[in-house]
Ligand binder design. Structure first.
Ligand code: AMP
Ligand code: FES
Ligand code: ZN
Ligand code: ZN
Length: 315
């Protein structure tokens, strides 16, 4: 197969786009697509001060590098869960990219603040590791925005992540989650930062190819506690559908975004959109919590620790 642009031997074929590219032209193609997504969905504005949530994986590190190449300077934030070599190696990969692009990374060490790693925190809270981890990550990522004056949190979620989550929500008709997912989520002034996912429409395979072709050294292993078996099963099923009918995943997720616009407009019209902002905030830290103390503050209290959310800075 030949590269569509230069005619040299292609290194990647994209059946969903009915095309193939060499390394150089795939990188250009991928960067253009992400730039188009950012523009079309107004993900990042000229006056924004974004921060990228970096995990050490291919998605977030690719996003960080790509934004720099587009002229969008962004620092990073990393949540160190204290999971042995996995967390240590992730941080090494993050620091290497931070050095390469000349940006800072804010590091939140779970073991420093909680005196134990995420698995022990979860045990103490009688929660599954991933559930405690998700709660702490969401909290910390928002906290860095509030404390360090970033107004936009960017994550590396890709098309496969979104398609699998959407599939699961539809399969079990989890209506309370279904229309909550979006390529961008609005801020709640003073409490919750705006969020966006620039790789929402890029497949995992494309992002991995971009990372490798760009010389990014990322962590291949998944977190030992992460990803319920279900997400992996859904990704497998969707992969099979994609194989039989290229472009299915993209159509599924793009179709959802289109439907979502209609749902949100209808909610605005009948006044339901503002209902959420009426819920209360944590009396200790101000995080949206439905009134009482938030999960993060309750977790610290459970271990009889004072409130603290400090960051180490690298770079
Ligand atoms: P995941 O749910 O692990 O697929 O991660 C989705 C996105 O969340 C990643 O692309 C990152 O942007 C962000 N993320 C995940 N884990 C971390 C972490 N430990 N620290 C900072 N950001 C993270
Ligand atoms: Fe959630 Fe590891 S415990 S990513
Ligand atoms: Zn080429
Ligand atoms: Zn709180």
């Amino acid at each position: 197969m030949k590269c569509r642009v230069c005619g040299q031997t292609a290194s990647i074929s994209l059946r969903s786009h009915k095309t193939a590219f060499c390394d150089t032209h795939f990188i250009t193609f991928f960067e253009k697509r992400v730039a188009t997504t950012i523009r079309r969905y107004r993900l990042i504005g000229e006056t924004d001060r974004p921060v990228v949530a970096v995990s050490g994986g291919k998605d977030s590190l690719s996003l960080w590098l790509l934004l720099t190449k587009m002229g969008i300077a962004a620092d990073g934030v990393y949540v160190d869960l204290g999971i042995g070599d996995y967390s240590r190696i992730s941080l090494e990969k993050i620091k290497a990219v931070a050095d390469r692009i000349g940006r800072k990374v804010h590091i939140f060490h779970v073991p420093d603040v909680f005196g134990r790693n995420i698995s022990e925190v979860a045990k103490g809270l009688r929660r599954a590791p991933c559930s405690a981890c998700g709660m702490i990550k969401r909290y910390v990522m928002n906290k860095v925005c509030m404390d360090k004056d970033y107004n936009l949190l960017l994550t590396g979620h890709n098309l496969d992540d979104e398609a699998a989550a959407l599939f699961g929500n539809i399969l079990y008709w989890k209506k309370e989650y279904l229309w909550k997912k979006d390529i961008a989520l609005d801020a709640r002034e003073g409490h919750l930062s705006r969020k966006a996912k620039p790789f929402f429409l890029c497949s995992e395979r494309e992002v991995a190819a971009y990372a490798i072709m760009s010389g990014i050294d990322y962590i291949y292993e998944e977190c030992p506690f992460s990803k319920g078996a279900k997400t992996i099963t859904y990704k497998g099923i969707l992969g099979g559908l994609e194989e039989a009918s290229p472009g299915t995943k993209l159509m599924f997720v793009k179709g959802y975004l289109k439907e979502l616009r209609g749902v949100k407009e209808a909610m605005h019209e009948d006044g339901r959109a503002g209902a959420e902002s009426e819920e209360g905030f944590c009396p200790v830290c101000g995080y949206p919590s439905g009134g009482g103390e938030c999960g993060f503050c309750r977790a610290l209290q459970k271990f009889e620790l004072p409130y603290s959310a400090r960051f180490e800075e690298y770079g």
